[in-house]
Design a protein around this ligand. Sequence first.
Ligand code: OAD
Length: 265
Amino acid sequence: MTPPDGLFEAADALRGAASVAVLSGAGVSAESGLATFRDGCDALWGRYPPERLATPEAFAADPALVSEWYDRRRLACLAAEPNAGHRALAALERWLDSRGGDCVVLTQNVDGLHRRAGSQRVVELHGSVLTWRCTRSGERVTPGPEPFASYPLPSHAGGLLRPDVVWFGEALPEAALAAAARAVASCDLLLVVGTSARVWPAAGLIGAAAAEGATVVEVNTADSEASADVDWHLRGPAGSVLPRLVVAAFGALAPARDAESPPPV
Ligand code: OAD
């Protein structure tokens, strides 16, 4: 397969970056079999109206429907496996670590796949569908891999369990947003992977990084709202472009086990 335009230039920039932030979206998990929200005939918001499923008002109006839909998504995420794109980002973090740099993944995804692939610094901007929280006490629980016994599921405190995700009309977790703002303000390079860049405030992180002088590299199968403003748009699926990018930058996917002596590149 011919490399996407800009791969080697982006790899040079990546090799020269001490601090890297990654903004990821649903596209990075598409090759794990999880549907995206807005593109393609399987897109979630094309098949299901978000105002009936992804707002506090929808949950109040029909908690059974919303709980069951999110429980199915939870089970789909648990059943999915991280793909080569997730693993390449975890390898990128290890490369940066081994060179005294740093790498943080800012994800809009709620599927937990970055962590399962081995990324250690992950900021979940839109929460996690793997954890649920009580509407009364706020206590968080991590349910097991079976479907819930009922929809909705009552909590111990006499409330209901709701997914620990950010719904339309809700604020992003303050700590996550602050960590993301710090990361884009200080990174040398922002990698924007598999997001349509249509949902704010996450989409605003791209312009914020560029305004601070960061190089912005996009990996996406199609144009996004951000494409016109990035330095390089590497067009293609994250599962093949990201491993190629990391190999082109560092010579291999996996850094040496001994962090003191990474292999020559
Ligand atoms: P979208 O569904 O809006 O966009 C997915 C993007 O991934 C598109 O730009 C696709 O072109 C791209 N894409 C698809 N397959 C790809 C692949 N294999 N490799 C690379 N790119 C690929 O998803 P998000 O941008 O993540 O929020 O959506 C942002 C937020 O909107 C979500 O977190 C969710 C949703 O409403 C909430 O629920 C709060």
